[in-house]
Design a protein around this ligand. Sequence first.
Ligand code: OGA
Ligand code: NI
Length: 197
Amino acid sequence: MEKIFDQLIDSFMENKVGIAENFLSKDLSKHLISNLKGLFKDNLMLSAGTGNDTLVVHDKMYRSDKIYWLDREHNNIHENSFFDLMDTFISHLNRSCYTGITGYEFHYTLYEKGAFYKKHVDQFRNNEVRQYSMIMYLNEDWIAEDGGELCIHHLDHLQNISPASGKSVFFKSSELEHEVLITNKPRMSITGWLKIN
Ligand code: OGA
Ligand code: NI
């Protein structure tokens, strides 16, 4: 696993956007997809807001994804394996980069056909706890025609990243503007933030 962690960290240092394939094992991805589909069926995936907790605006013109927060207290073994993996990653990151991350938050994310998230940064204006953004994609057999790329707005160019299964993306929450382009089929991921509380 250390090799995959280093791939994510090294590509982050080189390009401001870390990308690692196979961050989530096929097995774990499969279980997380099945959790997500179950949550959707039970109507527990809810429209995401924008802004911080005291000022959440549900603006469907701005983003149209649906989310559900992961929590160790759900006592779901797959959710907990995901958290175990993140704990291992964070201690590796803190040891190798002195990042001082002390917490995290992650949600399941579903973009239904036609959904998107317009250009934004992930750090709230009045709150700097979110240090790094991390997204783990769960989509098998994603092809270019499916759309739904993560588009990163670098200063002098755009970078489009396809949300293909197993891939993890990692970047600084305060820095990079990015958007999710319209998806032509359901697009699933685990999205979250590494925090300094
Ligand atoms: C976000 C976000 C990108 C993606 O949830 O803030 O930018 O690729 N997600 O899902
Ligand atoms: Ni974002």
